[in-house]
Design a binder for this molecule. Structure first.
Ligand SMILES: C[S@@+](CC[C@H](N)C(=O)[O-])C[C@H]1O[C@@H](n2cnc3c(N)ncnc32)[C@H](O)[C@@H]1O
Length: 346
């Protein structure tokens, strides 16, 4: 699969994105004098470099940056609404929304962030701080799915987070593996509403698409069958959008009971070193003390700068987690699967 990066957003485009966010009123925009920025930069969890923040604080006397606020997405009562107008295709026996059709049909309220049109018009799969790639299924998702089968990873009765979920296939596999709870997080609310939630419903709700269709992947079902009956599986799920530190705060401060995750799954989320601090702190705050993170990544993201060894070094310097590379995939761009657990876990 060919991916397009766009990390050279010109000033106008960036400010347009910020204005757009302001008009929507969803993300919080903070304006900090440089001294304040420096203070928070030394302060650990709150010092997270936010998507959209200037890379080098010294170059920006005042940093105005938008933080994509966290939101929990309420699952609509009428599940058929979620599948309405969706064209699905299959991969590895899983159904997912066909993005090329979504690109032609999704606008207005359905794409209030404007990320579908921005991604198409900029020919880009990543627009930092605006769109973080969740409309597409990235190849390391499949590496991680293969690894689950090979290593016989058990999800039964586990609490699982699919972090940076995009299509949500990893969380869907965990749901099918009888996880007790699965939460899905993506940066973009459009991704959660137009991709992740429909995929969960199509794959998991009362066989939203019939088991018969599922076995014959040719031709793929274009439209999911109606979701019928009690959507028990959805009572196990929660869906969140927003920047990682904001989602963490929302989960930890919410009135709803929250227990930490036994397993956090995350694929292709370490391409941008600016986000490492936020990602590290999110994992540290949300993982159960005996939990495991399974992270899949390319060895290096050309043009962006991140990669598995850079992230591993970052993690080791923080001295909270132990890491091990448990699989290397050598076809095409080299890719890896890394496992993480707390240093002091049993
Ligand atoms: C390249 S996509 C990968 C999507 C999916 N995991 C896959 O493998 O197909 C990266 C994902 O990480 C999430 N992400 C990246 N940076 C983020 C940030 N700073 N805060 C929250 N989510 C972020 C986005 O939601 C996005 O879906």
């Amino acid at each position: 699969m060919d991916f397009r990066f766009n990390f050279d957003i010109d000033e106008n485009e960036n400010s347009e994105a910020d204005t757009h966010f302001l008009l929507l009123g969803s993300p919080k925009c903070k304006q900090e004098p440089v001294e304040q920025s420096r203070k928070t930069a030394d302060a650990g969890v709150d010092s997270i470099p936010r998507p959209g923040a200037a890379k080098h604080q010294d170059e920006a006397p005042k940093t105005k940056h938008c933080v994509k606020a966290a939101k929990e997405h309420i699952i609509p009562g009428d599940l058929n609404k979620i599948l309405e107008n969706k064209v699905m295709e299959t991969v590895l026996d899983l159904y997912h929304v066909k993005v090329s059709v979504l690109e032609m049909t999704c606008s207005g309220d359905a794409d209030s962030e404007g990320i579908v049109s921005k991604s198409v018009s900029s020919h880009s799969d990543l627009i930092p701080g605006v769109y973080e790639g969740g409309l597409k299924i990235w190849e390391c998702t499949f590496d991680l799915m293969d690894y689950f089968s090979e290593a016989e990873i058990q999800f039964t009765n586990k609490t699982v987070l699919d972090l940076g979920c995009g299509a949500g296939l990893l969380g869907i596999v965990a749901l099918k593996g009888k996880a007790e709870r699965v939460h899905f997080q993506d940066y973009n609310s459009t991704v959660i509403e137009e991709i992740t939630l429909p995929n969960v419903v199509a794959n998991c709700v009362n066989e939203g698409i019939s088991g018969k269709d599922r076995k014959t992947s040719k031709p793929p079902a274009k439209r999911p069958k109606k979701a019928e009956g009690s959507p028990d599986v959805l009572t196990k799920c929660r869906f969140f959008s927003g920047e990682w530190s904001e989602v963490t705060q929302l989960l930890l401060s919410s009135n709803k009971p929250f227990s930490k995750y036994d397993i956090i799954l995350t694929s292709e989320t370490i391409y941008n070193p600016d986000y490492y601090s936020a990602l590290h702190d999110t994992l540290a705050q949300l993982l159960d003390k005996n939990g495991h993170v399974y992270l899949a990544s390319k060895v290096h993201y050309f043009g962006v700068g991140g990669g598995i060894y850079l992230f591993q070094k970052f993690i080791e310097e923080r001295n909270v987690f132990r890491t091990s590379i448990i699989k290397t995939i050598d076809q095409g761009l080299q890719r890896c699967i890394m496992e993480m657990a707390f240093k002091d876990s049993s």
